[in-house]
Design a protein around this ligand. Sequence first.
Ligand code: IVH
Length: 709
Amino acid sequence: MAERPPVDRLTEAEAWAELADLARILARANIAYHTGDAPEMSDAEYDRLKARNARIEARFPGLKRADSPSEQVGGPVAEGFAKVRHRVRMLSLANAFDESDVTEFAARIRRYLGLDADAPLAFTAEPKIDGLSLSLRYENGTLVRAATRGDGQTGEDVTANARTIGDIPQRLKGGAPDVLEVRGEVYMSHQDFAALNAVQTEAGARTFANPRNAAAGSLRQLDAEITRSRPLKFLAYAWGELSAPLAETQSGALNRLAALGFRTNPLARLCANTTEMLAHYRHIEDKRATLGYDLDGVVYKVDDLGLQDRLGVRSTTPRWAIAHKFPAELAWTRLDAIDIQVGRTGALSPVARLRPVTVGGVVVSNATLHNEDYIAGRDSTGAEIRAGRDIRIGDRVQVYRAGDVIPKVKDVDLSARPGDATPFGFPRTCPECGSEAVREEGDAVRRCTGGLGCPAQAVEKLKHFVSRAAFDIEGLGAKQIEAFHADEHLRVREPADIFTLEARDATNPVKLKDRDGWGEKSAQNLFRAIEDRRRIPLARLIFALGIRHVGESASRLLAAHYGSWRAFSDAMTGARIGQGEPWQQMIAIDGVGEVMAASLVTAFGQDAERALIDRLIGFLEVEDAEPVTVADSPVAGKTVVFTGTLQGMTRAEAKARAEALGAKVSGSVSARTDLLVAGPGAGSKATKAEALGVTVVDENGWLALIGAE
Ligand code: IVH
């Protein structure tokens, strides 16, 4: 966005035009932030524009618009959930960006209350978690309603979803007020966020931009069973309607909430003055990078609830609290080099080697540059990014750390470009093995064609082979694989070598137990762990092979479909891409597409790859997978949709059971649907099914059909 002129130089006409512009931009950003899953604008940019809007309004009060962004909290509620009107409005917080904003906040409160500069005035300083706020209504100690903030007045009823979150008590411990609305933040830890995105990627589903969006997307699921499967957390820090006060102070109320069974943030502190508040802010900022969840600042609240009452609220924010924001996690540094890493499937990934720089409390010296188009200033469709600016070695680049840990290079400062900088020539050969690196039509990534002959691919493949969801051999992780691969004597070059390790070690001049970091016991344990894994379930084996596009859940589908290693490998060997019965059978498996199928057929068709697989299989006893199709079930092969509330089982359970009987469970009704199972509250799906002439049964009808009454 173009630089905006200083506010004190704006003419009235310019101010009027800009307020209109800001109202439009901020309203759009608000909707994207609160109702969508993909933010359009960084929080820092949003705050900057909102602050500018407020400054223009302060200078030209007469120009303040009816739809002024200063008067708005959050976005409109999304369709799909029942609406809940909050009895006590859910407020937002005013922001402080530096220390002088904080001292001014405290001074303003003293003025408002008529307190002398030396009169005691305590504040709590609490971490501001970057999640989404939730209001939980308890009546007589029992959770009766959970609602999102929405626009502050009206939110969405997410009671069923909230009940699936472990941190949210269904019943309070003794002594709760008859009516108690507890407010707090729903969020996701960095670790859980990364794991969720890995699962999403593998399922071919959309990944989340950051933990906040993952938490919002997970809470706002129309199917509460999806929420249950997501690792959401909740911390309490405020309240709405109350039939009796919780305490006399904010700090006392936090203790009371903890005693009632809520988690509260252990980093909340009671501070006697602004010096202590700012010291605690710095303390939290220092710890921020190691907390494992996203914080975007520190909230200061007047501790005395009587004073809070006197201070009251402005249109959308209380006078007694402020959010002291952390600076955006951005930094400029020099790009010293671009290294190319070669992954398991041969993908060449550019990594920026940076002059070390602190980004949000973490020293960053490496960052991803995504792929060759990104470096050149294009996206995957060829459209310009960064206004077409390319990135060169020696450039001053901007690095950012989003919620998801891996730092990224965001922008480049052309004014600081060294005179001799040249456009980065993305390698056409693999830097590890020298094989040609090719980019296939429609693929954003260039890949090494060296296959198993490429040492980098071999090591990555081995790491994948021993990973958690594959062979999961205790004592054999990425570090050991690298060491064993490089070692002249241990020579673990392919999966089969793992199973000959013990025998080969016995003849080595220096035994594993005598090596650095190893001993008699650890070596024995490793050999035993390897031995134990000679018996392996089919699905794990298929996943462990590390064939491109074949993830964990696809491996399970393939295993369930083929049942045995023999049937699976015969089918892969017998199939021809795009033709014949084995191919048709494979792509008919729900969840296996043509791209994955082609990748499997290609892998089994390559002599070297095939020989490696055969060598491995020689050491294994592969456990057959449970067959899925029950041929005589009346629902085998039928497409079934569940809708409405089921009484006797959860939706997830109903789905699992139907699938075990060979039915295909779909989320939406179409002409291909065979049966709709409709519980109470079934809506548009039932109507559509009737219109399409699809058979509709209730839960009992379904149970009778599958013989499970
Ligand atoms: S107090 C009356 N305390 O920040 C003020 N909010 O920008 C109600 N937040 O909507 C909020 N941590 O989602 C409060 N310790 C904390 C918080 C916190 C995170 C969020 C909350 C609120 C937003 C305001």
